[in-house]
Design a protein around this ligand. Sequence first.
Ligand code: HEM
Length: 535
Amino acid sequence: RPHDRPGERDDKDRQLDQSRADSDGTLTTSTGVKIADTDNSLKAGRRGPTLLEDFHVREKITHFDHERIPERVVHARGAGAYGHFRVYESLARYTSAGFLGDPSLRTPVFVRFSTVAGSRGSADTVRDVRGFATKFYTREGNYDLVGNNMPVFFIQDGAKFPDFVHAVKPEPHNEIPQAASAHDTLWDFVGRQPETMHMMMWLMSDRALPRSFRMMQGFGVHTFRLVNDAGEGTFVKFHWRPLLGTHSLVWDEAQKIAGKDPDFHRRDLWDAIDQGRFPEFELGVQLVPEADEHAFDFDLLDPTKLIPEEQVPVTPIGSMVLDRNPDDFFAETEQIAFHTANLVPGIDFTNDPLLQMRNFSYLDTQLIRLGGPNFQQLPVNRPLADVNDDQRDGYGQHRVHRARTSYLPNTLGGGRPRPAGPDEGAYRHYQERVEGAKIRERSDSFADHYTQARLFYNSLTGWERDNLSAGFAFELGKCADTGVRERAVLQIARVDHGLAAEVARSVGVARPDPAPAPGHDLSSPALSQAATVMD
Ligand code: HEM
């Protein structure tokens, strides 16, 4: 087989064998009838019209006509690989997740790396966030860690996601520009939505120009929860660290490569695996006891914040190796369906309002992208764990159910399926007490949009700051609208006045007033909204 890994074949490989379509036999129709001529349609006479009864060519054309499915609404361009994950030591103290509890287990994975804003055919090395999504095929079901290569996000509440993506994607009237970071609508949004500032600092930095998918970090971003057998929770942030180190291109290189080899990252990943140079990533966690939920000067539920490693170090817990290229890009890399709500017992959510909305969005979008409710049966999505549900019918149903019943409770179906008892590995939601009036306000603990943005800027070396400043100058400089440029510079000034002065000079707007004195509440609603009224 073209891409069997040299080492041990795993359960996912064996499961995929059942779906593999090796095409070394005689050409047939999709119904298995052998075909002698696929080059000439059936005609009435040598120069006559084509006959409708040519079922082979009709099928060939019809199938071709239906080959396209919608690309992902975001993260449309990506590349993936199979591999495996192993935990170093049991984490059973914190989580009942089997694949994190047993160092002897080698859990198959599929990882898809992606850009966010570009379409399926866009260039790899553009300035953008990169997706880093991992599907663990565990014995207790599929677990998806759907992360990015930056530890924070642009917005705090999922309700803003369509607004944000509409601002980032090409403008609707002329589908220009493809470059996500270089247009008026993104900066218009940023100037009016100060919570974007921390992530914008990362986006203008070299982090947005990874050298290779093999050389970038990955982050779960949100605070999740580990839950142990006793039902006790621990907050957790997930980190992937590439063993090759974290490296970036420089902007000039990235632009040239985008022209000379738009498949640069895809090719690099493919070639490395093909040549046996298997990319390796270490998984690390930051663990925070439930009791310390309010011990930080930011909110653990706020996805625009990271937990500084000085406050909570990252503990390495396991290793992932990617060692097999897919056989069929469409069947595997395109049809894989990641979802933040694909959890296994021992891992749970928090009330992060961005995460909560993601938990709705992924399944919803996949219902249309993958043509109906049975996409979990696609080979790349199929769990290794037994599936024994009462879901029936729907487009693309591939399972032949032999039970008479598909409802509960029943007596006629021999009692199957039945809900698992508490000790039989059933998923149990973390028993968090929640109460509150129905309101649309955000907690005050989400209000500081600048401190961590500044922390990031201050953590950079001199040349990294220069690159970041040049990033702002290049991208913001593309904006035609002066008001948009001014508002963006005003936001930058709240992070660092010196940086804002540099950017203002580069993009031809007035140098902003000196930053308010230290101790001034930069995040007060009045100041945040000052940008909004500056038209
Ligand atoms: C893909 C929605 C935030 C990481 C997607 C897709 C949607 C989506 C609809 C396409 C999925 C598909 O067609 O299969 C959202 C919403 C968000 C959000 C509504 C906020 C409310 C985030 C955040 C991260 C992230 C914060 C990172 C932590 C990804 C990745 C993919 C993706 C990596 C690509 C998965 C793949 O490779 O197939 N998102 N997203 N998203 N999202 Fe999000």
